[in-house]
Design a protein around this ligand. Structure first.
Ligand SMILES: [Zn+2]
Length: 256
């Protein structure tokens, strides 16, 4: 591993989940999408990036209405991420990227990152989701008003990255209009800046939003290729950055 560290200063850590993805996709969909995209990034940057083992269970409390879903507590997931990065730091890596395949992990990724930046000010740590890299590519497609989980966006990514995740004949259209939700669900989607999350079993009987029946590998390819370009462009500059001169004040995750 010492040789790997010398040629590969960047580590990508894929973060996943084990949660219901409606009737047509596998429990490990988020994990596999993150791993497969990480492989494409590492291939393009070869030999300068390595991939750490993926986390296969995330924070999925909002999907626990569906058997098969596993969840860690926010505290546990935060500690897992922290200790993976700490281990990498102990072995000399100073550039780490968390590639998160599951939006439900976002808040925990932010908090873990704040702790890591405070405790290891001599390293650079960054993170992103997958769909969040390409909102323009997604909105060009005329996608459903309600989407974001097991929808045409995610199913298309899976069809391109790992088609074995998808049982095409079992895909059904999920709740895809805000007006189809119950009153709490409608209110939860009133404004993107207002957080009023609802468990998925209250949003759709199968736990899937959007319309997975119109998903295609071609739409997935357009999303993944754009995400790959943007991620690689960032990471090329990330890898070239000088290390921070410590001690530094911990960065805050959001501007105000
Ligand atoms: Zn997912």
């Amino acid at each position: 591993m010492e040789a790997a560290r010398e040629v590969a200063p960047l580590v990508i850590v894929p973060l996943g989940s084990c949660e219901q993805h409606g009737r047509g996709m596998a429990l490990q969909t988020d994990t596999v999408r993150a791993v497969e995209l990480a492989k494409l990034v590492a291939e393009r940057m070869a030999p300068r990036a390595v991939i750490a083992p993926e986390t296969t269970v995330g924070l999925s409390e909002h999907h626990m209405g569906f058997p098969g879903t596993l969840t860690l507590s926010p505290e546990t997931l935060q500690q897992v991420i922290y200790e993976i990065v700490h281990s990498l730091h102990r072995h000399g890596w100073r550039k780490v990227f968390l590639l998160n395949g599951h939006g439900g992990n976002n808040a925990v990724v932010d908090i873990a990152s704040i702790r890591i930046r405070a405790d290891f000010p001599d390293m650079h740590l960054a993170s992103s989701g997958i769909s969040a890299l390409v909102p323009d590519v997604i909105s060009q497609e005329g996608v459903s008003e309600l989407r974001g989980h097991s929808c045409e966006v995610e199913t298309s990514q899976a069809l391109y990255l790992a088609p074995d995740l998808v049982r095409t004949e079992s895909l059904v259209s999920g709740t895809h209009r805000r007006s189809d939700l119950d009153p709490a669900g409608r209110l939860s989607r009133m404004h993107p800046a207002i957080h009023f999350p609802q468990p998925y079993h209250r949003l759709d009987p199968n736990g899937a939003l959007g319309d997975a029946t119109v998903a295609s590998a071609e739409f997935g390819e357009r999303q993944v290729k754009a995400a790959l370009d943007r991620l690689t462009s960032f990471l090329e500059q990330f890898i070239a950055l000088p290390l921070p001169s410590s001690p530094s004040a911990p960065a805050t995750p959001h501007s105000v």
